[in-house]
Design a binder for this molecule. Structure first.
Ligand code: FAD
Length: 468
């Protein structure tokens, strides 16, 4: 069966980007580019075309929907051309007998799900937003609420078609160029431009989610609940209050979920919701910690009073933040960063409390904090998750952010953890080296395929010491 889904091309991409028709070879004007955190901002040229093979030729980096937070999808220098994949979004092949699907790298997760859910299929792994491309999902080797059971997206990828640095188009998989394959899963676009992705879809019993919510009055109660839930539930995620710096800091709500059985679920399909837009610019002072504190108290009280279980819409379960389009503008022009780190639990929660202590000492406002347990390390050579607990902490960028991230990274290094490159904008090269024993092996594979350092990003200059 072969299907094409260009008719449901991601609307977010269309509204945010200029017209689709520029020929692959046309000179693209310079524009300001940023990731989802809107920090940093770089000037660069992003070439877009449905002909991904053409525009990746000679490009320094690929870029999808720009949902990585920091500088992973930004050019190292102004003259570097980026290949924007979003118009290369055809679904090329699907085999319902095996669930194997092959698509162009620019296909968005949202478009794919709109096609697959009515047919009873879902991706085996999804991150917390559906406005990502398949190429971006592979390059970051994304994880989701199912990591403790299903691992990263890369565990389900069966084959990739890559344009490597010398211009060749190479197929890789577990058996074909396996080192290149493993280095590309989580390799942040630095081993080659992903042209096509083949992976195994998952059958779902219904398109609805059965959810249970647990209210956890302390930080330790929340961590215990997160770990206990992962032994019983296929989907778990929690939200924590990190704005109340008193003894309540770290209390939160844990959501546990599974796909609903047909007998439990409404007979209709869930309707795909269009995100509600926000005004284009908010003043820098808009998001104040006191607002966040009030909001957190309200959410905690409201959730404590609600029935603790029931059927919920898959979008509100998997993508609660997607409900508001462009919510990243709430932080104003200064932008924000998401500090996401993983801390093992082998030595208990001492390092986890030290993380809280640093945030408390710095009075660091953390507006959204998502806590999730992670399962085994996957095959991606630089993939982020490994056993432990992951913290994703949104913070406005300020003059203190670099020093704060340095301090948080000290806790993470001492605790045997690591940070997630797809969110990072501040980690120093030296710190990343200290937290990443796999780095040398990954660099060796990368250099083998790109001896002249052709593929690079602003992040690879900052974190891997590439030449700008
Ligand atoms: C609200 C929100 C929630 C999120 N939740 C999660 C989560 O739960 N789990 C998680 O793992 N991540 C999460 N993320 C991060 C997001 O899933 C990743 O950053 C993802 O890589 C973004 O995909 P993209 O298409 O926007 O890629 P971009 O941001 O455009 O690029 C990301 C990286 O992929 C590379 N890349 C993109 N396309 C290609 C290609 N075709 N070939 C080679 N390299 C390519 C880029 O060079 C860059 O290094 C979240 C992000 C947001 C905004």
């Amino acid at each position: 069966m072969t299907a094409r889904v260009t008719s449901i091309r991601d609307r977010q991409a269309e509204t945010q980007r200029e017209p689709a028709t520029a020929p692959a070879t046309a000179e693209v004007p310079l524009s300001e580019l940023s990731g989802w955190g809107r920090y940093p901002v770089a000037r660069g040229r992003e070439r877009r075309s449905a002909d991904l093979a053409a525009i990746t030729d000679g490009a320094a980096l690929s870029r999808g929907l720009g949902r990585s937070y920091g500088d992973a999808s930004l050019p190292a220098v102004e003259r570097d051309v980026l290949a924007g994949s979003v118009l290369a979004d055809r679904l090329l092949h699907f085999d319902p007998a095996t669930g194997i699907l092959r698509a162009e790298a620019g296909l968005s997760l949202r478009a794919l799900k709109q096609w697959s859910m009515p047919r009873g299929w879902f991706t085996p792994v999804t991150p917390g937003t559906q406005f990502v491309t398949l190429g971006g999902m592979v390059a970051a080797d994304v994880h989701g609420k199912m990591h403790h059971v299903d691992g990263c997206f890369g565990e389900h990828v069966t084959r990739l078609l890559l344009r490597v640095a010398d211009g060749r188009v190479v197929e890789c998989s577990d058996t074909q160029e396996p080192e290149l394959f493993r280095a590309t899963l989580g390799g942040m676009g630095l081993t080659g431009h992903i042209l096509e992705v083949e992976f195994r879809m998952r059958r779902i019993p219904s398109p609805w989610i059965w959810q249970e919510t647990e209210v956890c009055p302390t930080f330790d109660a929340l961590l215990d609940a997160v770990r206990a839930a992962s032994t019983k539930w296929p989907l778990t995620v929690s939200w924590a209050d990190f704005l109340d710096f008193g003894p309540r800091m770290g209390r939160g709500l844990l959501n546990k979920g599974r796909w609903a059985e047909p007998s439990e679920a409404p007979p209709r399909l869930p309707r795909f919701r269009e995100p509600v837009p926000v005004p284009p610019v908010f003043p820098d002072w808009f998001l104040q910690p006191w607002m966040g504190r009030l909001f957190n108290r309200f959410v905690y009280a409201a959730m404590s009073a609600r029935p603790p279980h029931g059927i919920v819409h898959p979008e509100s379960f998997f993508y609660p933040l997607d409900i508001v389009r462009d919510w990243n503008r709430l932080y104003g022009r200064r932008g924000f960063t998401q500090y996401q780190c993983l801390l093992p639990t082998t030595d208990g929660y001492a390092a986890h409390h030290r993380l809280l202590d640093v945030l408390r000492r710095w009075r660091a406002p953390s507006f959204v904090v998502v806590i999730k347990d992670c399962g085994a390390e996957g095959k991606g050579m630089l993939s982020f998750p490994k056993p432990g607990i992951s913290y994703a902490i949104d913070m406005p960028v300020s003059a203190q952010t670099q020093a704060l991230v340095d301090a948080l990274n000290e806790v993470v290094i001492a605790g045997g953890g690591r940070v997630y490159l797809a969110k990072d904008a501040f980690t120093r090269a030296e710190d990343f080296r200290r937290m990443e024993p796999r780095l040398e092996a990954w660099q060796r594979v990368r250099r083998q395929w790109d001896p002249h350092g052709t593929l690079r990003s602003a992040q690879s200059v900052r974190v891997f010491g590439d030449t700008p």
